[in-house]
Write a protein that binds this ligand. Structure first.
Ligand SMILES: Cc1ncc(COP(=O)(O)O)c(C=O)c1O
Length: 459
């Protein structure tokens, strides 16, 4: 019998995260005066212990014991060989995936929600505010805050709020409070509602609302938490790739030939990929693909610039691929991939040609998601189906080339609260969205006058 599931014991869980900032050069985030931002300037938004992690260039950072205690509720997550899918695709490739859908909220997001809630708790913070696209991050932070006895307030992008009502109930199960964004609770939200009352919302808008809610709390005991994009979030997610490495070794695989993850802000992709980027930087031949929706083509069509991470321009200027901070993506169902920017670390690796972004359409993604559910059984989140579409392409290529490649991908979450979208897909009602060139060039005007990042070479 062939091995399907590769498991690690709790003792084998990685005890340190991998920090890619030790190995790549980065343009600094810039403040309103155009100078690099100081850690002190971020203090009203994040606790200082997380800010220190955000700027750290230590290669390995210890995972605190209280964090490991909670992560072991579901970690180490299984590495599964997709044998039935391989047979279906009739490919010589061996396809492995990390099942991050086994966490309580159903995705990779609690890998960073738990340490973020922990560091805030240790710093004396009583309440966290955040945004959520798909609802996975809002659920994850509600879960983590509940574990540490902190309040959690979530601004959920309107279109997802309407598409997935049960995500709110999930957050409430963990005592989180969730409102649709834009909301009338913040100045940023009210201004947008006045101009566009029917807006589907965007992650950029929800981030503005969550930051405003945190910094305007006069108790000084509220901070903001971001579920992707920032360096410390990428860091926390590397536990995925570090586990995968041990698991592949266990079944006698050396290194994967191909590593794939979908990318919204970049965190689940970074989680699986960064430990292998290190091998690639050390000369190993690995193709590494972040995958985005063709309707929100941040990495494949937008330039590498300085831009704000949110619509109201509360965040510093970050060096990243961006469609413009006011860009409102079309209402496709992968809510977690509807973001105008991309993690600075992921953007830097693209700029250096270390990783190669791909874009797939909504229908191609759901086609792959449905085949996956019918072969491997698990129903993937709409975001995850984007990674799957790329896996299918690579498995077919391996067949054409007659090569036994090892493909590793991140199964970033389950789609059990996304069945409304599947229902539309099965009824033939799901469509692809075009993004007119004109709309893109219009939204890119938002960063026209900002400074430009340097093209740095780390190697
Ligand atoms: C299941 C799932 N996968 C992927 C993503 C994309 O986010 P990131 O790029 O930060 O991993 C999300 C975001 O909500 C998600 O819920």
């Amino acid at each position: 019998m062939e091995i399907r599931k590769v498991l690690l014991t709790e003792d084998e869980i990685p005890r340190q995260w991998y920090n890619i900032l030790a190995d790549i050069k980065m343009n600094p985030p810039l403040g309103p005066d155009g100078n690099p931002i100081t850690p002190e300037a971020l203090a009203p938004v994040f606790p200082m212990n997380l800010i220190e992690q955000e700027v750290s260039s230590e290669r390995w950072i210890d995972i605190p014991e209280p964090v490991l205690d909670i992560l072991t509720l579901w970690r180490p997550s299984p590495l599964i060989r997709a044998i039935s899918l391989e047979k279906h695709l009739d490919t010589p490739a061996r396809i492995y995936f990390k099942n991050e859908g086994v966490s309580p909220p159903g995705s990779h997001k609690p890998n960073t929600a738990v340490p973020q809630a922990y560091y805030n708790k240790v710093f004396g913070i009583k309440k966290l505010t955040t945004e959520t696209g798909a609802g996975q991050w809002g659920s994850a932070l509600s879960f983590a805050c509940c574990q540490f006895g902190i309040e959690c307030k979530v601004f959920m992008v309107r279109v997802s709020f309407d598409q997935k009502p049960y995500r709110k109930s999930m957050m409430e199960s963990w005592l989180g409070k969730c409102v649709a964004s834009p909301s009338s609770e913040t100045k940023a939200g009210r201004e947008i509602l006045e101009k566009a009352p029917d807006t589907p919302g965007s992650l950029g808008i929800a981030i503005s609302e969550a930051i405003e809610a945190a910094v305007s709390d006069t108790t000084g005991k509220t901070r903001y938490s971001l579920g992707s994009v920032l360096n410390h979030v990428m860091l926390h997610q590397t536990i995925i790739g570090l586990e995968a490495k041990k698991q592949l070794e266990k079944v006698g695989e050396k290194l994967p030939d191909i590593v794939i993850g979908c990318a919204g802000g970049g965190s689940n992709f970074a989680g699986i990929a960064f430990p292998f980027v290190l091998d690639k930087m050390n000369g190993k031949d690995i193709s590494i693909y972040p995958v985005e929706p063709a309707a929100c083509p941040t990495m494949t069509k937008a330039p590498f610039v300085y831009d704000h991470g949110d619509t109201a321009r509360y965040t510093p200027l970050l060096p990243m691929h961006s469609l413009g901070h006011a860009f409102v993506p079309p209402p496709f169902h992968a809510g977690g991939l509807r973001y105008h920017g991309m993690a600075p670390t992921v953007s830097q690796l693209i700029a250096e040609g270390i990783i190669e972004p791909k874009a797939v359409t909504q229908l191609a993604a759901y086609d792959a998601g449905a085949v996956f559910a019918r072969t491997e059984g698990f129903i993937p989140a709409p975001e995850t189906t984007h990674a799957l579409a790329c896996v299918f392409d690579e498995a077919k290529k391996a067949k054409e080339e007659g090569k036994e490649k090892v493909i590793l991908f991140n199964w970033s979450g389950h789609g059990l609260l996304d069945l409304g979208a599947y229902q539309k897909y099965f009824a033939g009602e799901l469509e692809d969205f075009d993004l007119p060139e004109e709309e893109m060039s219009q939204s890119k005007k938002a960063f026209e006058n900002f400074p430009k990042p340097q093209l740095l070479k780390s190697f």
